[in-house]
Design a protein around this ligand. Structure first.
Ligand SMILES: [Ca+2]
Length: 498
């Protein structure tokens, strides 16, 4: 796996910024009567953050004081899940309330092709369908100013945030990771974000754009900000000033990764800046902040098995349906509603955000069919339960990290994963064995059969697409992969978009 590190000396946060572009103007500043008093909503999405990457989730290396404070002030979930183990489908379900399997959007866009694997992957689109109602469209109709800043990864031209209800879009386009030539450093080449210099660090630039949006929008009424950081997705790049303390901290051992740690800290700083700005603008007490990630952290880098992300006690990482690929940090803060310092262990999933946010703004039910639940009852009563016994995942693809076509179901403490290549199942008890090390499929065969039937019935109910046998299956050449057009190839590391 290729990861090019770039250490650029200089100040990122305070570097002189070339003002190469500005935010598109918001539309009419009129505030509708129905919109007054509604809370602002900020969805703060980190990319590829591991469950255990934050101090408040047990990490002892990364410095995340702002997020730790945020968890101290809000409600932290232990059993929150992404709807998919890779970027695009996970983001699609957050913004629509629909399962990736139902959308048929189950792989990162545009994905790689594996011509020699045992299975041919299920077909998946290169963009979110325009006729799928989105959370942003609903909030906009309710009088919200809607902004998307950062990574989009749900399609290119014609399928950008502004095509799905966002009035402002900064840097949201086809990119699934920071693009060349300098990736996290300028000059940038994104939709509505161009120029800058190699002293400008993308995370910090996006923070300034976030500040600008909030400063403008908060004067006009309630706002919805989808703040999707490109960090902490590879390539690993951070300002030298952020990285140096971590190099000293691990005394040259190289693990945990000092650059990755610096990237995590950069996101922590962004959240700190966000909260400070909300206070400064006087809207902090009427703003809901939701912080989570879109899939598990990247487990290892290259053949040296050099650890990148910290997925806590969970097995594997991004690209797998083991817990490390789908279990996410989730912290929600709603002043006056969530109780400071509370923890919730009720399982929740990406599809829950759309119905939950619509409920808390009195926006009606999520567009049907909705595969999520309104979880806002947990805000005040984190020890209560939801009217749901099962969660489902469907990933009929090969991941660049080594995952194979599979599906999964969680019911209570039980978790079953069905592997489509050979149809074997693995059954785990997450309470006894959170690391999924002990497969109970044989010893609890009745439970395995029951969960498998439920998983299959659910797939039929959402019309999930399945992989098919590959007539050209070649086990010797099985790992050959063909990247999408325009993908920059490296000998041992393919496209960085996933
Ligand atoms: Ca991701």
């Amino acid at each position: 796996m290729h990861t090019r590190r770039k250490f650029i000396a200089g100040l990122a946060g305070s570097a002189a910024m070339a003002a190469c572009d500005s935010l598109p103007a918001l539309s009419s500043p009129r505030i509708t009567a129905s919109a007054q008093g509604k809370p602002n909503i900020i969805f703060f999405l980190v990319d590829d953050l591991g469950w255990g990457d934050l101090g408040c989730y047990g990490d002892t290396f990364h410095e995340t004081p702002n997020i730790n404070q945020f968890a101290h002030d809000g409600l932290r979930f232990t059993d929150a899940y992404a709807g998919a183990p890779v970027c695009s489908p996970s983001r699609a379900c957050i913004l629509t309330g629909k399962a990736p399997a139902r959308l048929h959007l189950t792989q990162w866009i545009p994905g790689n092709t594996y011509p020699n694997k045992k299975l041919l992957e299920a077909p998946t689109p290169t963009h979110l369908a325009l006729d799928v109602p989105t959370l942003a469209e609903r909030l906009k109709a309710l009088g919200y100013k809607t902004g998307a800043i950062g990574k989009w990864h749900l399609g290119g031209d014609g399928y950008l945030p502004e095509n799905f209800g966002f009035e402002v879009n900064v840097a949201g386009d086809k990119h699934g990771s920071p693009g060349p030539p300098n990736h996290y450093f300028g000059p940038f080449h994104y939709h509505n974000l161009n120029g800058y210099t190699d002293h400008d660090y993308l995370t910090d630039v996006l923070t300034r754009k976030m500040d600008q949006f909030i400063s403008d929008a908060s004067k006009q009424g309630p706002f919805f900000l989808y703040m999707a950081e490109y960090a902490v997705h590879i390539p690993l790049q951070a300002p030298q000033t952020l990285t140096d303390p971590y190099i000293a901290k691990n005394a040259g051992k190289g693990e945990p990764d000092p650059v990755y740690a610096a990237m995590v800290q950069s996101v922590d700083t962004a959240l700190g800046n966000l909260r400070a700005l909300l206070k400064k603008t006087g809207v902090a007490d009427n703003t809901v902040i939701i912080l989570t990630s879109d899939n598990g952290g990247v487990g290892f880098q290259g053949k040296r098995l050099h650890r990148i992300a910290d997925n806590g006690p969970y097995r594997a990482g991004k690209g797998f349906l083991y817990e490390g690929g789908i279990r996410e940090p989730l912290i929600i803060y709603w002043p006056g509603v969530t109780t400071p310092g509370t923890v919730c262990d009720v399982p929740v999933i990406g599809m829950d955000f759309t119905p939950t946010i619509l409920n808390l703004v009195h926006g009606g039910a999520a567009p049907a069919p909705c595969d999520g639940l309104d979880i806002s009852s947990l805000f005040k009563s984190p020890n209560s339960s939801l009217t749901r016994d099962t969660l489902y995942w469907h990933y009929p693809h090969y991941s660049d990290q080594g995952g194979t076509p599979s599906g999964a179901i969680r019911e209570g403490d039980w978790k079953l994963i069905e592997f489509f290549e050979d149809n074997h199942v693995e059954l785990y008890n997450l309470k006894l064995d959170p690391g999924e090390q002990y497969d109970f499929a044989s010893s609890f065969s009745d439970k395995a059969l029951d969960l498998r039937r439920k998983l299959q019935a659910w797939r039929e109910s959402v019309n999930a697409r399945m992989p098919t046998p590959n007539p050209n299956f070649n086990p010797i050449e099985a790992n050959v992969r063909i990247g999408p057009p325009g993908c920059s190839w490296e000998p041992i590391r393919n496209c960085l978009e996933d």
